[in-house]
Design a protein around this ligand. Structure first.
Ligand code: GTP
Ligand code: MG
Length: 461
């Protein structure tokens, strides 16, 4: 149902020719405009666009940068630059041109006419990467939703494009037919979108149920967040490997030197001797100027971080753009409502820096190498300290009618010996903040007045 909307609605299929036919990969010219930004910032953004193009198997053949604040309505860049671009396209034998800034359908049309080649923008490229990478049903639905939301406001431009390509006689009647078709297209897309959203809502319900179950496990939750390709999944795998040495068997996650290798959320239990056990989640990475439609569509995946007790903000400290990436991480966390959760900064890939304090904590930053595992001990100690500070000692009264809850609590906390009273069992528990909050809200459970000490020995049953 949601499969091939790209081709049907003219978003172009960028899958490199190489994959299907064994022919040469497509060559692309990249275009950036400063528009009030510092030149170095636009250059960094263009480097990222180049990585995005490579992620699709395209070959970035040349880059054109215009230093101006003026937007030309028709073609975004001025007519002189368009001519320069045409020469570059011919010189590089480019198959397509990718703009770093968003283009309107009208601008795409004018540029394609002038350059006689396919023209795309950054959003189009990112959507294409996401649709190639999406594996699970949820990720596929989220991508389909993002693509359709991206197309909806652009339909009118696309229709014009199609009728223009088809040649036009009898303008008036054509206009009527065109508008009718446009309305049909719009309704069709809206119907598909609402069906996709309904399915996503169901998946979200399942996710909430799983989340509630994880909460019941009583383990603190730690989430890996940060820029794409920073090494989040590699860090998860190395922690899993340590955990496995200690006898726990959990599946490794996918790690790869590519942007957006991870598009789903994976949660694993990390239990390393001598350290606090916790649940670790790995999720989709951040990127500057991530298209709004994509952020909306992936909201529930991104929001997973909102339920963590601690965020590990992973950054590639060997990347020259790391400050910009840190800023993107900070603002994205705020946008998804995770701005208040404690954050521990993880400076990863410290092995690539000559003088990095590998394995040490400087301020609130731990320097490590997820690849070699150096510095993991320092990270685990920091996590222990932060999580320990978040545990709340409290006394609870659990009524006998909640027998299952009582049995669960006793099984998970054998150290807490219940005191059996007339109204129920009294338990003294030191729990992670969130679990303490959830337990206080359980039906029938009462939090007893603050006596932050274990009950006297004689009171124990
Ligand atoms: N040199 C070095 N490379 C690393 C380190 N950690 C990860 N990498 C490499 O960085 C690349 C990206 O790693 P991932 O773990 O897939 O990155 P990610 O943050 O999960 O990326 P996305 O899922 O795409 O958001 C891989 O090629 C890793 O081998 C490290 O400490 N040092
Ligand atoms: Mg990953």
């Amino acid at each position: 149902m949601t499969g091939d909307t790209s081709t049907r609605w003219g978003m172009g299929d960028l899958a490199p020719a190489e994959k299907e036919t064994g022919s040469q990969p497509k060559r692309a010219v990249l275009v950036g405009v400063t528009f009030g930004q510092k030149r170095s910032e636009t250059e960094a953004s263009l480097r990222e666009l180049s990585a995005l193009a490579k992620a699709l198997g395209l070959v970035p053949a040349a880059t054109l940068l215009q230093d101006t604040d003026n937007i030309t309505q028709k073609t975004l860049i001025g007519s002189g630059k368009v001519k320069e671009l045409l020469l570059l396209v011919e010189e590089c034998k480019a198959d397509l041109v990718i703009f770093n800034d968003p283009l309107t359908p009208m601008q795409v049309r004018h540029l394609e006419d002038a350059l006689d080649t396919e023209v795309l923008d950054r959003t189009g490229i990112i959507l294409q990467i996401f649709s190639e990478r999406a594996r699970t049903r949820e990720a596929r639905l989220q991508v389909a939703s993002a693509r359709l939301s991206y197309l909806l406001p652009r339909l009118a431009g696309m229709r014009k494009n199609l009728s223009r390509q088809g040649g036009g006689s009898g303008r008036l009647s054509n206009k009527g037919a065109g508008e009718e078709q446009l309305e049909l297209d719009r309704r069709h897309i809206e119907r598909e979108l609402s069906e996709i959203r309904r399915q996503l809502k169901d998946i979200d319900k399942e996710r909430s149920t799983q989340r509630a179950m994880r909460l019941r496990s009583g383990l603190p939750r730690v989430s890996l967040v940060g820029y794409t390709n920073a090494g989040k999944s590699t860090l998860m795998n190395v922690l899993l490997a340590r955990s496995q040495q200690a006898g726990r068997q959990e599946k490794q996650v996918f790690e790869q030197d590519m942007l957006f290798a991870t598009l789903d959320t994976q949660v694993r239990r990390i239990e390393i001797p001598g350290h606090t056990p916790f649940l670790l989640s790995d999720t989709v990475g951040f990127l500057s100027d991530l298209p709004h439609t994509l952020v909306q569509a992936f909201r529930s995946t991104l929001e997973e971080a909102k339920y963590a007790d601690l965020l590990l903000a992973v950054e590639d400290c060997s990347d020259p753009s790391k400050e910009r990436q840190e800023e993107v991480t900070r603002t994205t966390l705020q946008e998804i409502g995770a701005g208040d959760i404690p954050v521990l900064s993880v400076c990863n890939k410290a092995d690539l820096l000559e003088e990095a304090p590998l394995g040490r904590t400087v301020g609130d930053r731990v320097y490590l190498s997820a690849k070699s595992g150096e510095g993991l001990e320092a990270l685990l100690c920091e996590i222990d300290t932060i999580l320990a500070g978040q545990r709340i000692p409290r006394r609870y009264l659990v009524p006998y009618s909640r027998g299952k809850l009582l049995a669960d609590l006793s099984a998970r906390h054998p150290e807490a010996v219940p005191v059996y009273r007339e109204e129920g069992a009294e338990l003294f528990l030191t729990l992670p903040r969130r679990e303490a909050e959830v337990l206080s809200l359980e039906e029938g459970v009462t939090t007893l007045p603050d006596e932050a000490e274990e009950p006297a020995e004689k009171e124990k049953g």
